[in-house]
Ligand binder design. Structure first.
Ligand code: HEC
Length: 163
């Protein structure tokens, strides 16, 4: 019995020390919040896991519409050109001054197509402390931009279809 009491006391003391230590760290100002000082690998991995699991548990009910619909492509290309290229680039762009200074660096969506449900959720809700806005607050149909930048071929086809 005595040894159980000792274990419980030890756990309580270490927990209190951890809480006090964390508060001292936060209020001391030692943490550099500047975007030009990157996270340690461990912190980056923890934040990545937090982001991925948070999104994965929220996308299960999302139904993906026809993303090859020419009207949707035309509307999406217009929105994408106006609102996304500064951070996510478009075919032919290599970088922008805005993108260069962002941390985390926005993915280059000309090179990588995110999973549609993930893309829809992220575009609608944004990601805290990353610079990715919650477009669902201003765009009525974020699904239009889910596919990322339209290729020149797709743009021409959509224009021909009158989009
Ligand atoms: C001010 C910069 C900024 C703008 C403007 C912006 N984004 Fe982002 N976006 C980000 C950042 C930064 C991330 C990465 C966030 C992270 O992983 O923590 C991101 C992530 C994403 C992702 C998730 C990709 C993945 O990892 O699966 C998608 C999809 C996306 N953005 C689409 C868009 C679209 C579409 C627009 C325009 C309507 C847009 N973004 C506008 C900064 C921006």
């Amino acid at each position: 019995m005595r040894s159980w009491g000792l274990v419980v006391r030890t756990i309580i003391i270490w927990s209190l020390l951890l809480v006090v230590g964390t508060l001292v760290f936060i209020y001391s100002g030692r943490y550099d919040i500047g975007a030009d000082v990157h996270h340690t690998r461990l912190v980056a991995q923890l934040i990545g896991a937090l982001r991925d699991h948070s999104i994965d548990t929220r996308i299960t009910g999302i139904a993906v519409p026809d993303l090859n619909d020419p009207e949707r492509i035309a509307a999406g290309a217009e929105h994408y050109d106006a609102m996304c290229t500064g951070c996510h680039l478009a075919p032919g762009m290599t970088n922008t001054e805005l993108r260069e200074g962002l941390y985390p660096r926005p993915p280059n969506l000309t090179r990588f197509s995110p999973e549609p449900r993930t893309a829809f959720w992220v575009i609608k809700h944004g990601i805290k402390m990353s610079g990715m806005p919650a477009w669902g607050l201003t765009l009525r149909f974020p699904h239009e931009v889910t596919r990322g930048p339209a290729s020149d071929q797709e743009r021409n086809r959509a224009r021909r279809a009158g989009g």
